[in-house]
Design a protein. Structure first.
Length: 177
């Protein structure tokens, strides 16, 4: 034999022996890696499907009820809507708008509701203090909301009422002559 063949013969695995006919011993089959891996893969897939369903259900519940996630961190807004305000800017532009006032608590809300006429007049004065160019764009709306918030909070402070959190401009229409 050549040295190459001796090396191969030395490291070769012996061939499995077949059971002799008539022997009562059963041939042992080696457990293959595939037969062990198949149930593990099945369990992993089922676990992944259940995990996805749980995540989807949690996401849907947070979309349906978003306050449930943040219920302790923020208080619910106490919105007061004084109705449509009609005013003229300092340059003669007619403006119609609807606002919502965010009261910090129910006592401020009830104080605002009992003073809606005065609140409406203050909102009109806030519009009259600006021109049409002051109301243009997002900066203009932010300026108007800030102007309204300052005037309303000054009035509420003089009445001994807690200040508003914010003023939200819902709609704004204007016409020119």
């Amino acid at each position: 034999m050549s040295p190459r063949c001796e090396f191969a013969a030395h490291w070769a695995m012996p061939a499995p022996q077949k059971p002799k006919p008539g022997s009562k011993t059963k041939a042992r089959t080696a457990t293959s890696a595939a037969s062990v891996a198949r149930p593990l893969v099945t369990i992993a897939v089922i676990g992944a499907v259940i995990g996805v369903l749980v995540v989807v259900a949690a996401g849907v519940s947070s979309v349906v009820n978003p306050r449930s996630m943040f219920s302790g961190s923020q208080s619910k807004p106490q919105w007061v809507t004084p109705g449509e305000v009609r005013a003229t800017t300092r340059d003669g532009t007619l403006v119609r708008l609807r606002v919502a006032l965010d009261a910090p608590d129910s006592s401020t809300r009830s104080a605002l509701e009992s003073r809606l006429q005065q609140v409406g007049l203050l909102l009109e004065v806030s519009v009259a203090a600006l021109s049409r160019s002051d109301l243009a764009g997002a900066e203009g709306l932010a300026r108007l909301a800030h102007e309204m918030l300052q005037r309303l909070n000054a009035y509420l402070a003089s009445e001994g009422v807690a200040p508003l959190k914010s003023v939200a401009i819902q709609d704004l229409w204007y016409t020119t002559r």
